[in-house]
Write a protein that binds this ligand. Structure first.
Ligand code: IMP
Length: 198
């Protein structure tokens, strides 16, 4: 069975990937299966650079094809903040949300988007990167308890509920990660089909 590593230790993300990756012929591992994996400094200046840094490091350490994502929330009225600093915006999720709501006080434009870039690496080299997004708006107070991160204040386009009020199936159908993942999965299928043609 082919072994693929998802370069994350975030249990929520692992679950989202497992739900997305329906292929039984691939055994999905994550960094939770590699407790010795050293901390990698995400010192890139874009989502793509940070995803690539993680994918390259994981493909070398785990000696397997590695998927890594870097994702975050871009709020237009805040010039794209928190962006690549989404995880580091404040110490905890509730504090990050509180800071975001405070910074948006008095701003009319509450539009935002979640972005996810997935990088695939093998033998320490990037094979390809894929970007997915979901547009929406930032609510005025946190609502819902599903998901993680900024989910309680993000209302996707066409919805009245926040991501944290959607079921995980509903979020997985439309999320930035799902959109990037669909592109990555299509690419992997094309590559496998090309290999099988020989
Ligand atoms: P990463 O693990 O470096 O990609 O960190 C991305 C950060 O962006 C997370 O810690 C969250 O704060 C935020 N984020 C990314 N994706 C989501 C999502 O699906 N829901 C809520 N917050 C997210």
């Amino acid at each position: 069975m082919a072994n693929v590593v998802i370069a994350t230790s975030n249990a929520h993300k692992v679950e989202e990937y497992k739900a997305l990756m329906a292929d039984d012929s691939i055994e999905l591992q994550s960094l939770l299966d590699y407790p010795g994996f050293p901390d990698v400094e995400e010192n890139g200046t874009t989502f793509t650079e940070n995803a690539s840094i993680k994918a390259i490091a994981a493909s070398k350490y785990c000696d397997a094809p590695a998927f890594a994502d870097d994702s975050g929330l871009e709020v237009f009225a805040l010039n794209g903040e928190p962006g690549i600093y989404s995880a580091r915006y404040a110490p905890t999720d509730p504090e990050r949300i509180a800071k975001l709501l405070k910074n948006l006080e008095g701003k009319e434009d509450r539009s935002a988007r979640f972005v996810c870039v997935i990088a695939i690496a093998f033998n320490g080299e990037i094979i390809e990167t894929f970007e997915g997004e979901i547009r929406g708006t930032i609510g005025f107070e946190p609502k819902g308890s599903n998901g993680f991160g900024y989910d309680p204040v993000f209302i996707p386009e066409g919805e009245t509920r926040t991501f944290a009020e959607l079921s995980s199936e509903e979020k997985n159908r439309i999320s930035h990660r799902a959109n990037a993942f669909r592109k990555a999965a299509e690419f992997v299928e094309e590559q496998l089909a090309a290999l099988n043609a020989f």
